[in-house]
Design a protein. Structure first.
Lengths: 326, 454
């Protein structure tokens, strides 16, 4: 008889693996990627390539030559970071800014802590904030390159940027909306100005549904962010609709959807338990609205996620699931 | 539909052998009967080489309170009494017997007649169970008479019969529920009588509709015969592993949870496997000692006509059963005694079957080989899967850093070793391997602390 294997139980394994999960995230991001390429054209393809290739390359080089270990690019996590970084950049951003972002995301935020699973902050979000602070001109230039659809983009500013500027000039919201001809239909399907990934809410939601269907994520973090943004901004809006943007506007702009579906749900940098996830989500929602209404940055989502990332170990410590018989 | 409230996983059923009727295995030339077939002190062999033994005769006596009798499963001559490797390769005292045609010991009823009348003397039932060496056949092989006699300050309220058979592949419980249906129900009534409880629930998972139907019909039929069968009911359970775990089954059926380090009796529950119930029937109604059980031979790499459920007697070497079945398939790289989630990988195919043997399961390289471990991605799937509500990812880290106090504070001692964490880990981290070792150390430390100082 042949040699037989002896090992402790269990003897079978669910057909799941890190690479399958991460590949599912990439698949969930595809609708947003496709819409952005259609809308922003060749420039988007270049930016996507620069972002993804450099994320993978940086991880490969660090694992092979600094860790002197087998490469981990096969787990698809660096690809996820690459696509997310791309979706967080303005469409007109130069390709080398994406490369610097990739080096920061993978090289500094991810690999210095020991690679996948060890980082405190979401690499793509941290890189976006790093670039925003380092290259404010490129990162807030919302001029849209010509895409394959032949639609002329409204260039110049994001909806939230326009609002912030208008309010600073002493205008009321209805006056600002009237000047710029905003409509929700636009934000749902094709956005006006913003990061690449914010272009279509429908595309992001399609990814959300896919992630839920494949059981990659649970819905609590995303839903608690969206609910908090809606309710908290709703209270302000009801008090003074001339001064504070309405809840739906807040949901559909400034990367709230992209962040809530893809960035805040990152396994590594979000709480383990569902209860913790809800606290985390509520925190992100509150911080986002506070930054939008009272801070100097118009968007707020990236900062909110980063701040809440840093609280995750604490949340994990206090939010444990109920144990059997205890 | 009822199920347990925390965690759980859904592996494929793979009940390939479910359609195969139980076949009786012929007696081999030689059997090896282990003296350690139960939890607790091993039995002491009371025969010597050269002795002639009859089928059903006592050959091992219990040592201590938690121990059990062992009987000869065959008629023949004792060739040796000595150390022999069990299926894990550990040396245990076995009695080797060269077999002859069956000659049954005095007082055993070998007929097929169904005896439905329940003896009213509680002590008589307990003595029969004890003297016939009945132990729990759900996996732990805890002596049944001990479990049925809770301490006087504890009161049993409900008997739960475990027919969940939640492990993939295994079909022996299913087959006896179809073929020994009424005997199992009589066994339940006997245990109900001993415990003095008014309620007995037979829990069966939804993937066994025929067993549910047959058992329900048998209960209804016997309830017409006698008052002793009132209060027995069949409960359909949602399919989820580890439904058949004692603590999970109590949660599912009674909505009560056993406290950490506690026993089922603390919440008024006594859980017995359906196979144990059959053994209780044989012991009490037929005075038949526990010398045989049903075992599934299965695996994806085994041809359809070799998927079997066999009635074996204790002491048959596994290699004999495998050989009778047509040999170990060439693709098999692992042979498991028990289910794929909690069973033990066999390192010694010459080992003899025990009272609690339930299967010979063949697994291929592709099905069972572990993949290399990668970084924890903190997905929380292990915590989601853990039916005890523990955090395997945390216990793994604490264990690898030797943090004993933290391990205890995070309840490593509550782990039931069901394997759900390792099964669901996308990074292939050997969570249970690490946690199992840590659990042993923590429990030892806890015992040392409470033990009286010498």
């Amino acid at each position: 008889m042949n040699r037989i294997l002896v090992s402790p139980s269990p003897h079978i394994h669910a057909k799941t693996s890190t690479s399958v999960l991460m590949r599912d995230v990439v698949i969930a991001l595809l609708p947003s990627v496709i819409v952005s390429i259609l809308y922003y054209g060749a420039a988007a393809i270049g930016l996507l390539a620069a972002s993804v290739v450099s994320c993978i390359l940086v991880e490969y080089l660090i694992t092979r030559f600094m860790f002197k270990a087998p490469s981990t690019i096969g787990d698809w996590s660096s690809s996820v970071t690459g696509v997310l970084l791309f979706l967080n950049l303005p469409p007109s951003c130069p390709w080398w800014v994406a490369v610097i972002g990739a080096i920061f995301a993978i090289g500094v935020i991810k690999m210095t802590f020991g690679g996948l699973g060890q980082n405190l902050f979401n690499p793509a979000i941290a890189a976006r904030v790093f670039l925003l602070v380092s290259f404010p001109t490129f990162m807030t230039n919302w001029a849209a390159p010509k895409g394959f659809l032949g639609v002329d983009a409204v260039s110049g500013a994001t909806p939230l940027g326009i609002v912030k500027e208008g309010l600073a000039q002493g205008l009321t919201l209805p006056e600002i909306y009237a000047q710029h001809d905003f409509s929700y239909l636009q934000t749902l399907f094709i956005n006006i100005g913003g990061s690449v990934g914010e272009i279509s809410a429908i595309a992001i939601l399609a990814g959300f549904v896919y992630l839920l269907a494949r059981k990659v994520i649970r819905p609590y973090i995303t839903l608690s962010i969206l609910a908090t943004v809606f309710v908290f901004s709703g209270i302000f809006w009801l008090v003074n609709p001339d001064q504070y943007t309405d809840p739906l506007f807040n949901l559909l702009t400034g990367g709230v959807l992209l962040g809530a579906v893809f960035m805040a749900t990152d396994y590594v940098t979000s709480p383990m338990s569902d209860k913790g996830g809800v606290i985390f989500g509520v925190g992100i929602g509150l911080l986002t609205i506070l930054i939008r209404y009272f801070g100097s940055y118009p968007e707020g989502m990236s900062f909110a996620i980063l701040i809440m990332n840093s609280v995750v170990p604490l949340i994990n410590k206090f939010c444990k699931q109920k144990k059997y018989g205890r | 539909m009822k199920t347990f409230s925390i965690g759980g996983v859904h592996p494929d059923d793979k009940k390939i052998s479910a359609g195969s009727k139980i076949e009786v295995l012929p007696v081999p030339k030689t059997v090896y009967i282990s003296m350690a077939q139960h939890l607790g002190g091993p039995a002491k062999a009371i025969v010597a080489p050269g002795d002639r033994v009859k089928t059903g005769q006592v050959i091992g006596e219990p040592t201590g309170f938690i121990s059990a009798y062992v009987h000869s499963s065959v008629t023949g001559t004792v060739k040796s009494v000595g150390l022999r490797k069990d299926l894990a390769g550990i040396q245990v005292i076995h009695v080797e017997i060269e077999t002859e045609p069956d000659e049954w010991a005095e007082g055993i009823d070998t007929s097929d007649t169904l005896v439905t009348e329940i003896p009213q003397d509680r002590q008589f039932i307990i003595d029969r169970i004890k003297n016939n060496g009945v132990v729990g056949l759900g996996g732990a092989t805890f002596p049944t008479h001990v479990k049925l006699c809770p301490p006087p300050d504890k009161k049993a309220e409900c008997l739960i019969l475990n027919g969940a058979e939640c492990e993939p592949y295994l079909t022996s419980d299913y087959r006896i529920m179809l073929e020994k249906t009424r005997q199992i129900v009589v066994g339940a009534a006997l245990m109900k009588k001993v415990l003095g409880v008014s309620k007995a629930v037979i829990g069966i998972e939804e993937n066994k509709p025929e067993a549910i139907k047959a058992m329900s019909a048998a209960v209804a039929e016997l309830q017409k015969v006698s008052q002793d069968y009132s209060g027995i009911e069949v409960q359909t359970l949602k399919k989820k592993y580890p439904q058949g775990g004692e603590k999970q089954l109590i949660d599912a059926v009674m909505h009560r949870q056993v406290k950490s380090m506690g026993l089922p009796i603390d919440v008024g529950a006594v859980v017995q496997n359906v196979a144990t119930s059959l053994a209780v029937y044989d012991a009490v109604q037929k005075n038949m000692p526990l010398i045989s059980n049903t075992l599934t031979v299965t695996g994806d790499c085994l041809p359809a006509d070799r998927q079997k459920n066999y009635l074996f007697r204790i002491g048959y070497p596994l290699s004999y059963i495998a050989g009778y079945n047509g040999g170990v398939p060439a693709e098999a790289v692992k042979i498991i005694s028990g289910g794929p989630m909690m069973g033990k990988a066999v390192s010694n195919l010459d080992a003899a079957t025990l009272k609690g043997s339930s299967s010979i399961l063949y697994m291929t390289q592709e099905q069972t080989a572990r993949k290399p471990e990668s970084n924890c991605i903190r997905c929380g799937k292990c915590a989601e899967a853990c039916p005890m509500g523990l955090e395997p990812f945390l216990l793994n880290k604490l264990a690898r850093n030797g943090m004993m106090e933290d391990l205890e504070a995070n309840a490593v001692q509550d782990c039931i070793e069901c394997g759900c964490c390792l099964y669901s880990c996308p990074a292939n981290i050997p969570l249970l391997d690490v946690i199992r070792v840590a659990k042993g150390e923590v429990i030892r430390a806890m015992r040392a602390r409470t033990a009286p100082k010498k």
